[in-house]
Design a protein around this ligand. Structure first.
Ligand SMILES: *[C@@H]1O[C@H](CO)[C@@H](O)[C@H](O)[C@H]1NC(C)=O
Ligand SMILES: *[C@@H]1O[C@H](CO)[C@@H](O)[C@H](O)[C@H]1NC(C)=O
Ligand SMILES: *[C@@H]1O[C@H](CO)[C@@H](O)[C@H](O)[C@H]1NC(C)=O
Ligand SMILES: *[C@@H]1O[C@H](CO)[C@@H](O)[C@H](O)[C@H]1NC(C)=O
Ligand SMILES: *[C@@H]1O[C@H](CO)[C@@H](O)[C@H](O)[C@H]1NC(C)=O
Ligand SMILES: [Cu+2]
Length: 586
């Protein structure tokens, strides 16, 4: 191989370097750190901080988004079929438009998305959540059965309509029971400005764990197991991978020497925490979830479920094949593929002439195995959280319960109550009807005062030492602090000045997590653990934000919402459905 010697040399320095904080010597980073106010320049390879007149990477996107531009329409149909993404053999699956992952939904900052979802399953409801989308004044389109809608009944179609007020990378997935583990998942791109320059956008790179057994079967096992959820069988990178027997194939990321590429990495797992690295090609990280950050360079990234990092790589190495390595967060999850000698990941392939179509022989950094979030994530547009909120925190105590009377049903509880939604009467229906009783297992917390900041802190009380990737709908939250053990209620060590802002953050095993956000979006928003098994086991709460305005019509016309409930209530009647609700419902 031509590239052997020089490559090993460069990799040697790379692995020694490890994490390099804030490489301000890189020219593409300096270009952006020279603050660019909203100006009339166009977005191009050397001007990624620009967008359109009046909007740039410096825009405070909480305050404004480009005026309604295009309406972008997608039609998604969910079917009961089979899939064989890693060549191990076909298994039953539920797919969107017959593919895994589902189609990439793409729009631009300020666009309105209109997405028609048809439920062509015979025997399941469904509902699609657009992860990370703020849904400003449109919580009825958030797609959470039992909370913001009645599930879509078999044979029926629901139209979701929302505006892209933020930009970047995300995903969408079924929020109905354990259904996304069956394959009801796709990725989402909202084009907008960026904090560093690149030539070519390679699109999304979703990474997920993959199970050979149906998710609903595994979910039942997990609900009645005290030893934790079942073990995954493989991983998939953009819907493909080699299997333990050597069949299947790796996803190929094609690049050409001399160009810079943006890659949008997403963890769409059911249970797994990953670490990723590209041999010889360090990542310049430019976003965390939907939040542009000050770019930094790192040789590896840890990504929890639901989290996204947009990175730029410079294809400036000897033209060849390099591993995109995926490692497992074995501190919190496991996978049967780890006992095989199969390399986990994908292949970075230079398409320059003379490069063989072969598996790489490169070596790279040693990936971490922890389940912790990245640090160094500094939002590009700064925000300050008022310190007054520290004195009035809302405590959410995480415990668990095992109910012997229900065949040892394992549930997670918040302040003693496990979440269980009622598909026939979603919380939004109760609110619109002026009701105040959400049922015994609704875990509803009110945020009544317009634009007030609220601090919520999740405190682990259970002795089960697991990290939980916590996801909030309708908002980004600001991560003021986290730690092991019990929070002492002091401000020591907390970040109030421009803290990390995102929509998924990890509650450390056995510890606490402090999350703040303002009541600037009237609606009903769920916050839950994104480990699918844990969400099914009730690890979630709801925030009811500015009830009066929601009831007063701030969410707009509810005809689609009402139609959905009429159709669902017509379908889900005693004796009218082959299966029962056995979990939280979300
Ligand atoms: C999928 O099809 C199988 C049989 O073909 C059936 O048993 C199952 O109930 C179906 N599931 C859904 C959700 O429609
Ligand atoms: C995805 O998240 C899960 C759990 O949070 C984690 O175990 C897995 O390693 C993550 N995957 C990646 C690629 O970071
Ligand atoms: C390749 O690009 C990276 C990232 O921009 C840079 O740090 C490195 O010095 C470059 N290497 C070469 C050999 O040009
Ligand atoms: C709610 O809990 C109370 C007290 O445990 C109980 O009396 C009541 O029957 C429950 N309501 C429902 C609808 O289950
Ligand atoms: C959804 O369908 C699967 C079979 O495809 C079944 O196992 C599961 O129980 C169904 N869930 C509900 C709540 O109907
Ligand atoms: Cu969890």
């Amino acid at each position: 191989m031509l590239w052997g010697a020089s490559l090993l040399l460069s990799l040697g320095t790379l692995s020694l370097a490890g994490v390099i904080p804030r490489d301000t010597s890189a020219p593409e980073i300096n270009a952006v750190l020279e603050e660019r106010q909203d100006g009339a320049c166009t977005n191009g390879p050397n001007t990624r901080s620009c967008w359109s007149s009046g909007f740039s990477i410096s825009t405070d996107f909480d305050a404004k988004a480009p005026p309604a531009g295009t309406t972008v329409t997608y039609n998604l149909e969910i079917t009961n079929t089979t899939a064989n993404p890693d060549g191990n053999g076909a298994r039953p699956a539920m797919l969107i438009n017959g593919q895994y992952p589902g189609p990439v939904i793409r729009a631009s900052w300020g666009d309105t998305l209109v997405i028609n979802v048809k439920n062509s399953l015979q025997d399941n409801g469904t509902g699609i959540h657009w992860h990370g989308i703020r849904q400003l004044n449109s919580c009825q389109h958030d797609g959470v059965p039992g909370i913001t809608e009645c599930p879509i009944a078999p044979g029926k179609t629901r139209q979701y309509v929302f505006k892209a007020t933020q930009f970047g990378t995300s995903w969408y997935h079924s929020h109905w029971s354990a259904q996304y583990g069956e394959g009801v998942v796709g990725t989402l791109i909202i084009d907008g400005p960026a904090t560093a320059n690149y030539d070519i956008d390679l699109g999304t790179l979703p990474i997920a764990d993959w199970y050979y057994k149906p998710a609903f079967e595994l979910n039942e096992q997990s609900l009645h197991s005290v030893t934790g959820p079942p073990t995954a069988d493989n991983i998939l990178v953009n819907g493909m991978h080699k299997n333990a027997k050597g069949g299947g194939s790796y996803y190929k990321i094609n690049v050409k020497k001399g160009k810079k590429y943006r890659i949008r990495i997403i963890n769409t797992s059911v249970d797994a925490m990953f670490h990723v690295a590209m041999d010889g090609h360090p990542f310049t990280v430019i976003t965390s979830d939907f939040v542009p950050i000050k770019p930094y360079v790192t040789s590896q990234l840890g990504i929890n479920i639901g989290q996204r990092y947009d990175v730029i790589i410079n294809a400036n190495q000897t033209a060849g094949n390099y591993w995109f390595r995926v490692g497992y967060g074995t501190a919190c999850s496991n996978n049967n593929i780890l006992t095989s000698n199969i390399q986990l990941g994908a292949i970075l392939h230079y398409t320059d002439t003379g490069v063989p179509d072969a598996e790489p022989t490169t070596s790279g950094v040693t990936l971490k195995t922890d389940c912790d979030d990245e640090t160094n994530l500094t939002p590009f547009v700064p925000n300050t959280v008022p310190s007054s909120i520290i004195s009035a925190p809302g405590e959410l105590d995480l415990n668990h319960n095992i109910d012997a009377a229900q065949n040892n049903l394992f549930t997670w509880t918040i302040d003693g109550s496990t979440q269980r939604v009622n598909w026939n009467t979603p919380s939004l229906k109760t609110i619109l009807g002026g009701g105040t009783d959400f049922g015994n297992n609704s875990n509803v917390h009110e945020m009544a005062t317009k634009d007030n900041w609220y601090l919520w802190y999740i405190q682990t009380v259970t002795f089960i030492p697991l990290p939980h990737p916590i996801h909030l709908h309708g908002h980004d939250f600001y991560v003021l602090g986290k730690g092991s053990g019990t929070w002492d209620k002091s401000t020591a060590g907390l970040t109030l000045n421009n803290p990390t802002r995102r929509d998924v953050a990890t509650l450390p095993a056995g510890g606490y997590l402090l999350l703040a956000f303002p009541a600037d979006n009237p609606g009903i928003w769920v916050m839950h653990c994104h480990i699918a098994w844990h969400a099914s086991q009730g690890l979630s709460v709801q925030f009811l934000e500015r009830r009066g305005e929601v009831q007063g019509g701030s969410v707009g016309s509810t005809s689609e919402f009402n139609k959905g409930c009429t159709e669902w209530n017509d379908y889900w009647k005693p004796g009218n459905h082959p299966y029962e609700q056995t979990d939280s419902g979300i």
